[in-house]
Design a binder for this molecule. Structure first.
Ligand code: ZN
Ligand code: MN
Ligand code: MN
Length: 299
């Protein structure tokens, strides 16, 4: 059954149709993700632009691009964000992996530019024991190089907050600030908050009071004007665990109150909120999570 998010009849505010959606599979072609997203009632969509577990991908053909653009123009979904491959590490110690990572990120920016996708979300990187300071320095170099190669592109480079698992950089808002301040063309940088990741990194959002404190800290250090997306995921692991395990909304260590604070926060009402929660082939879990977020936006 098709589930559409409809405007509640006696609700006139902009929050009646929250900008929520999910990451959807591109099996069968990137344009196929729109169908999947629409079938569960998404208003925003996140996709990979290639297989996320492989370094290289076939270049997009004119037909791929045309299919994508036609489908996108007909779709009710107007906000699309790309997520990069999981192999990319912009501060890899191994020089050959670092070089491959920079080239792969450039390729992803290329693909976004060709498809007309405005945002490419990626994890800053893992320093592999070199230390956070050195990691940040390498990420800055990587991004400056990529920006130089991708001269004049429209697509924004979106740093995602991380859980700080292993040696992942980006689990403190200060890391994002330092990266943005360091890169050439900082105006090309934007940020995505992953609720599971920041919670696992130690930023609490479980009550109104701590949600406010965390958002203020983000605003003070990074700035809400940089924020272009949320990944809305509950967390299987506790506050500060630095372990990245996504859970269905309300079923995890964050709980419904934290997500209600987010859905009712008027400062971020126009920012797309994207689920990256576990699901099966029939996508019923997406429907369930979207319905919960929709309900929380009205309470
Ligand atoms: Zn991510
Ligand atoms: Mn995420
Ligand atoms: Mn994650």
């Amino acid at each position: 059954m098709k589930h559409n998010l409809k405007t509640h009849p006696d609700k006139v505010g902009t929050n009646s149709e929250p900008l929520i959606g999910a990451h959807e599979s591109i099996a069968g072609g990137i344009h196929k993700a729109f169908e999947r997203a629409e079938s569960v009632g998404c208003r925003v969509l996140q996709v990979f632009t290639k297989n996320s577990n492989q370094w290289s991908a076939k270049p997009l053909t004119d037909e791929d691009i045309a299919n994508y653009k036609t489908t996108a123009s007909k779709s009710s979904i107007k906000h699309v964000i790309a997520h990069d491959s999981y192999l990319i590490n912009l501060c890899a110690k191994d020089r050959s992996i670092l070089r491959k990572s920079r080239e792969a990120l450039l390729d992803e920016l290329n693909r976004c530019e060709m498809l007309g996708i405005k945002y490419l979300n990626f994890h800053p990187g893992s320093h592999m024991g070199a230390g956070e300071k050195e990691g940040i320095r390498m990420i800055v170099d990587s991004l400056s190089w990529v920006h130089q190669q991708a001269n004049g592109y429209q697509v924004k480079s979106v740093l995602e907050t991380t859980a700080g698992q292993g040696s992942a950089v980006g689990h403190r808002f200060e890391h994002l600030r330092e990266i943005i301040d360091g890169v050439d063309e900082p105006e090309r940088m934007a940020v995505c908050i992953d609720t599971c990741h920041i919670f696992a990194a130690g930023y609490d959002i479980r009550t109104e009071e701590v949600y406010e404190r965390t958002m203020k800290e983000f605003d003070d250090i990074v700035g809400l004007e940089r924020l272009v997306a949320f990944h809305v995921n509950d967390s299987k692991k506790p506050l500060g665990s630095r372990v990245d395990r996504h859970e269905h909304i309300g079923n995890g260590a964050i709980g419904e109150i934290g997500f209600r604070c987010l859905m009712l926060d008027t400062r971020v009402q126009e920012i797309p909120k994207i689920l990256e929660t576990p699901k099966g082939k029939d996508l019923k879990e997406d429907r369930m999570n979207l319905r919960i977020l929709e309900k929380l936006a009205k309470t």
